[in-house]
Structures are given as structure tokens and as C-alpha cells.
Design a protein around this ligand. Structure first.
Ligand SMILES: Cc1cc2nc3c(=O)[nH]c(=O)nc-3n(C[C@H](O)[C@H](O)[C@H](O)COP(=O)(O)O)c2cc1C
Length: 202
């Protein structure tokens, strides 16, 4: 009988060719460190931008000290178990696309994707499962904004890579932690990555 490893849960992380690869790197590190199994899928440009911006190769051993908790998937493999809505409830993933390019965002919004990242997002929407999209572009054109509105109406959480500064970040790491914490919150994953606002006096 196949042994099913107990983890804190399954999270699928899609990485596309928008700027902000560091968010994906730190999210994957945090999830694996905290016992979650991560299914990561990178688009072709996502992989290139990730390696360019972070300076590390997109492979399990560089991303986590627990590589057994990270599975990297081929974005061209539509035969992946991730691409079906018929997965058993216990093995179902929450999905986050971080960073999300305007290209991937548009293809998901029009349900016209042909890659695994887009299929996984489409499945999450049709099965009414959690889908968190972290778009990164500035400024947005009207098409970008319309696509985000469509996705929000379809049930996705639109969580732009838009860090706050009220927590008085001292390092780039503090800013990244803020965004990773927001993503974890949207995935309903308890975390304490930054000091939350508690109504301090101005
Ligand atoms: C260094 C670099 C940074 C980029 N940053 C962004 C970005 O922040 N947002 C965006 O929508 N596209 C950005 N792009 C363009 C996307 O990579 C491009 O549209 C690509 O086709 C997206 O493909 P994908 O959605 O399959 O990953 C960037 C490209 C490069 C090379």
C-alpha cells in the first residue's frame, strides 16, 4: 500500500515571469520549513526571471533544507495530477501564483490557458478552492484592471505585491516578510512574520 506522508497541508505555488521572485523564494522556504508540502510550477520566463533576480537556480535543494517537501512540476505537463479537479479532498492544494505576470493573469481571466499553472488556477476556480494571485506590474492598464476584476468576481483573491510600511521595515527582508505574511493569511495559514497593527498611537 502506498504510504501517504502526513504534512501540514499541500500548497501549489505558481511562479511566472513578473518581477518579485524573492516573494516566491521566501514563501516556499517558509512553507517547507513549517511542514507544508509545496508543489511548485514555474513558467519558462518565470524560471528565467527567478534565477536572474535571486541568483539561485530554481531547484529543490537551493530553495529549502527540506527538499522532500518540495516537488517541482513541468509547466508543459498537463498530464500532472495537479491538473485535475478529481483529486481526493485530502490531497487538494490551495493555490498561489506569485509573482503573477499580466500575461498569465490575462490567460487565467479568460480561461484560455494552455500551461499547467493556468490549468491549476482554472481548476481552483471551478472547484471553488482558494486561489491567491499576486500580480506585479506598474502602472496597470485598463485590461490588467479588468482581468483582475474578472478574477476577483470568479472567486480569486487578488493580493498585489504592494508592501505596507506602517510596520516600519528596516531591511528588504522585512518588506518581503510582510508580503509573504499577507499571502499566508490569504491561504488561511497561521503565521507571525511581522508585527501586526495593534492600534498604536500616531
Ligand atoms: C526581468 C523581467 C521582469 C519582468 N517583470 C514583469 C512584471 O513585473 N510584470 C509583468 O506582467 N511582466 C513582467 N515581465 C514580462 C513577462 O516576463 C512576460 O510578459 C512573459 O511573457 C510572461 O510570461 P509568463 O506569464 O508565461 O510567465 C518581465 C520580464 C523580465 C525579463
Amino acid at each position: 500500500m502506498k504510504r501517504i506522508e502526513q504534512t501540514a497541508g499541500n500548497i501549489t505555488v505558481g511562479i511566472t515571469g513578473a518581477s518579485g521572485a524573492v516573494y516566491a523564494r521566501e514563501l516556499i522556504r517558509w512553507l517547507a520549513d513549517n511542514g507544508y508540502h509545496v508543489d511548485a510550477i514555474a513558467s519558462e520566463t518565470g524560471k528565467r526571471v527567478f534565477e536572474y533576480e535571486t541568483g539561485i537556480p530554481l531547484k529543490s535543494s537551493s530553495l529549502t533544507s527540506k527538499p522532500h517537501l518540495l516537488t517541482l512540476h513541468d509547466n508543459d505537463n498537463l498530464f500532472s495530477p495537479l491538473s485535475s479537479g478529481s483529486r481526493r479532498q485530502g490531497s487538494v492544494s490551495r493555490v498561489v501564483i506569485v509573482p503573477c505576470s499580466m500575461g498569465t493573469l490575462g490567460r487565467i481571466a479568460s480561461a484560455s490557458g494552455s500551461k499547467l499553472i493556468e490549468r491549476v488556477a482554472d481548476v481552483a476556480l471551478k472547484e471553488r478552492r482558494r486561489l491567491v494571485i499576486v500580480p506585479r506590474e506598474t502602472p496597470f492598464n485598463t485590461l490588467h484592471l479588468n482581468n483582475m476584476l474578472e478574477l476577483s468576481r470568479a472567486g480569486a483573491v487578488i493580493l498585489p505585491a504592494m508592501p505596507g510600511f506602517y510596520q516600519k521595515p528596516k531591511t528588504l527582508g522585512d518588506i518581503v516578510s510582510f508580503m509573504v505574511s499577507k499571502i499566508l493569511d490569504a491561504l488561511d495559514i497561521p503565521n507571525d512574520l511581522y508585527e501586526r497593527w495593534s492600534g498604536k498611537k500616531a
